[in-house]
Design a protein around this ligand. Structure first.
Ligand SMILES: Cc1ncc(COP(=O)(O)O)c(C=O)c1O
Length: 298
């Protein structure tokens, strides 16, 4: 197994004794349980969001809550809480854990407990199951990460739309396994036309001759960090393009980086055995990391 991923955090012993929000109750980690009949466990039938706390503020919380409600509506899951209730649950969990910064939370909602162990969504009759796991989390990226292109594609929207942050992530997990077996940290995934799209867990950017390129946005998560990076480029006169590009363009890039709520901007050193630029974090990635830090702190 490789020792690097975009979601690697420093070991923090405090995470052994965190409190977890489960359907309105805040309980010790060891007691935080959901039913084996839960639709999330049985079928991956649920949606989620990852959010981060920086210096007392949840970054871009509005956007994350919007995306969670949008995903719930798309899968026809009636949320038990409204927006205010959801925000309160986040703050209650934060306060119960005494967290102020460098914290990552995963908000998860499933269709809930089923009466029988079968697929039909109507078998979930008790209302949704919601859990908030909140951990102390300081990202640790000891070196730029390595990517490998894998055969698993970002599919068309009519086949489990890749814009859904669904519990069922098997396509991405299989992609990640294939990348690990190829000696890489994460998978670079192509779209159905063979253009470079995204990784199994983050959005993907390259830098060429001072311009920042990312995919058109079709076939990938509409990442909130992705959108912020594009906005920052526009606000700072950095040319930025959402466009189709291939592996040929990618291997010869001056820099490549990933975006996601957890790791912000993660440098990529190697793709399919080709060193990208210097193999270390490049000046544009470093600049965008600084601009993003400023935005989160604003
Ligand atoms: C497949 C995938 N791509 C990209 C992202 C990054 O999105 P964001 O920047 O909103 O965290 C995520 C995060 O949930 C993801 O699951």
């Amino acid at each position: 197994m490789t020792d690097v991923s975009t979601h690697r955090a420093e070991e923090d012993i405090r995470n052994d004794s965190i409190l977890i929000w489960v359907n309105g109750r805040i309980v010790p980690k060891a007691e935080a349980m959901v039913s084996v009949y839960d639709s999330g466990f049985m079928l991956g039938d649920g949606v989620w969001e990852g959010i981060r706390l920086h210096d007392g503020r949840w970054a871009f919380l509005e956007e994350h809550i919007d995306r969670l409600f949008e995903a719930a509506k798309a899968i026809d899951l009636a949320m038990a809480l409204d927006r205010a209730g959801l925000e309160k649950a986040v703050i209650d969990t934060q306060n119960a854990n005494g967290m102020v910064s460098d914290t990552h939370a995963r908000l998860m909602v499933t269709r809930g407990v089923k009466t029988r162990p079968f697929q039909h969504p109507r078998l979930s009759q008790q209302g949704p199951t919601m859990v908030i796991i909140m951990e102390h989390s300081r990202p640790k990226i000891p070196r730029p990460i390595r990517l490998a292109t894998v055969p698993h594609l970002r599919g068309l929207p009519m086949t489990q739309d890749p814009k859904l942050n669904s519990h069922s992530k098997l396509n991405c997990i299989l992609a990640c396994i294939a990348a690990e077996k190829a000696g890489a940290d994460e998978a670079l995934m192509l779209d159905v036309h063979g253009f470079v799209n995204t990784t199994n867990a983050c959005n993907f950017f390259i830098v060429k001759k001072g311009a920042v390129w990312t995919s058109t946005g079709d076939y990938c998560m509409n990442g909130i960090t992705r959108a912020k990076v594009i906005d920052l480029c526009r606000a700072n006169a950095i040319p930025v393009f959402e466009r189709n590009f291939s592996l040929v363009d990618t291997y010869s890039a001056d820099e490549a980086f990933l975006t996601g709520t957890f790791g912000a901007q993660t440098p990529v050193g190697v793709i399919d055995g080709r060193v990208i630029g210097s193999g270390e974090i490049g000046p544009m990635t470093a600049r965008l990391r600084d601009l993003y830090k400023g935005l989160v702190a604003a």
